[in-house]
Design a protein around this ligand. Structure first.
Ligand SMILES: *Cc1c(COP(=O)(O)O)cnc(C)c1O
Length: 381
């Protein structure tokens, strides 16, 4: 990736930089591989930078929201309400009202109590809620434990074996229209076998439901496609081809069924970079520390998920040295990398923490009374 380093020098660090050209190419690649009747809803929670969201809306994708705030952000960014799906295990009454009032495309319903509340609110508002059932397919994705969502023991979704009863119940509700089945097994998944397994589970479930006379016009397989954090320059665009081909090959849709995807990380991860300035290079007893002005408040993924982001010194390339790269926050987990080989670094150097476009800026906090980092797209510099 080429960085406009001269402009970077003039900006207050740390900040997020989004490469608009790469974002555009990524969106275009994903869109170009879709079959007719396939749709991508951008998982807004990955990055709600308004410029980034606006670009994605402009490219014609829908939105996948997990809160009322995200629905508002999606509408403000220009996503049409009829392209919005709304998931989440704990939807508040006001969020359901907002979604019904905005006439979004579909609620992804995660439990019977939720379904009952949606019916009640829809009736009071004189609306019909379109719903898809989020099913927990009990597929263990090969990814970090904190980001698998499709196993039996976590809080998401409805168990496969409860589905027939849930559909029967939903059909008795006057203000609920059942339009689909929804799945999402986790995030940062690079093993296509997981998506193949998911597809086979969906086939099984669709067969069971069909034997009871139940079929729905929409199937939503969620998101979760991973990106290459180690080699952002070798694979700047994720392997959408293998991902979509897996569903083409394994998923058996009924006639006329539309297929929906909810991609987050894979669309925005590689275009984003956290740019930080080196405050100090400190010689410890056994280790050398590079202390940056960005910390876990700006990028929490290393502390939260043991994530490894590639770190580049934007000022120099050699000779190499070994550092622990750490932030200024008063927490021992505020570490970006340990024993990391990078160019010999000096105070004032700018570092790039690569592949930070997803679950970066939006997860920033003000812990330690720190200001939130700003985000800039290429054309905003
Ligand atoms: C987070 C989430 C996604 C997006 O996941 P990615 O790994 O970023 O693609 C999709 N669907 C649901 C329901 C989610 O919670």
């Amino acid at each position: 990736m080429e960085f406009p380093i001269d402009r970077f020098r003039e900006l207050q660090t740390p900040f997020y930089y989004y490469d608009t050209a790469l974002l555009g190419q990524t969106l275009q690649t994903a869109q170009s591989l879709l079959m007719p009747d396939w749709h991508i809803h951008y998982a807004v929670k990955a990055c709600t930078n308004p410029g980034v969201m606006h670009r994605i809306a402009e490219a014609g994708l829908g939105a996948d929201c997990v809160s009322g705030g995200e629905i508002r952000a999606a509408l403000a960014a220009g996503f049409p309400s009829e392209s919005i799906v709304f998931a989440g295990v704990g939807k508040s009454d006001w969020e359901i009202e907002l979604a019904l009032g905005s006439d979004i495309f579909c609620f992804n319903v995660e439990s019977i109590p939720e379904l009952e509340v949606i019916q009640e609110i829809a009736q009071r508002m004189g609306r019909t809620a379109r719903v898809a059932f989020r099913i927990n397919p009990n597929v263990g994705a090969h990814t970090h434990e904190n980001i698998t969502t499709g196993r039996a023991e976590n809080k998401f979704g409805i168990a496969m074996e409860d589905m027939v009863g849930v559909v029967r119940l939903a059909r008795t509700m006057a203000n609920v229209e059942c339009i689909g089945l929804h799945f999402h097994i986790g995030s940062q998944i690079l093993d296509m076998e997981d998506f193949a397994t998911l597809s086979l589970r969906i086939n099984e479930l669709q067969e069971v439901l069909a034997s009871y006379g139940f079929s729905f016009p929409h199937v939503n397989v969620g998101g979760g496609l991973g990106i290459d954090y180690e080699h952002p320059d070798l694979s700047p665009i994720p392997n959408f081809k293998d991902y979509f081909d897996t569903f083409k090959r394994y998923l058996r849709l009924h006639k006329g069924q539309q297929l929906h995807f909810e991609l987050g990380r894979s669309l925005v991860g590689q275009c984003g970079t956290l740019v930080t300035k080196v405050l100090y290079v400190k010689q410890g007893n056994a280790r050398q520390f590079v202390i940056t002005d960005a910390g876990m408040t700006d990028l929490i993924r290393p502390a939260l998920y043991d994530a490894q982001h590639k770190i580049e010194n934007l000022m120099r390339q050699s000779p190499l040295a070994t550092y622990d790269v750490v932030g200024p926050i008063c927490e021992s987990s505020d570490v970006f990398a340990r024993d990391y080989r990078m160019a010999e670094t000096r105070r004032g150097d700018l570092l790039a923490l690569r592949s930070s476009g997803a679950y970066g800026e939006i997860m920033a906090s003000q812990y330690n009374c720190r200001p939130l980092p700003k985000g800039y797209l290429t054309e905003q510099l």
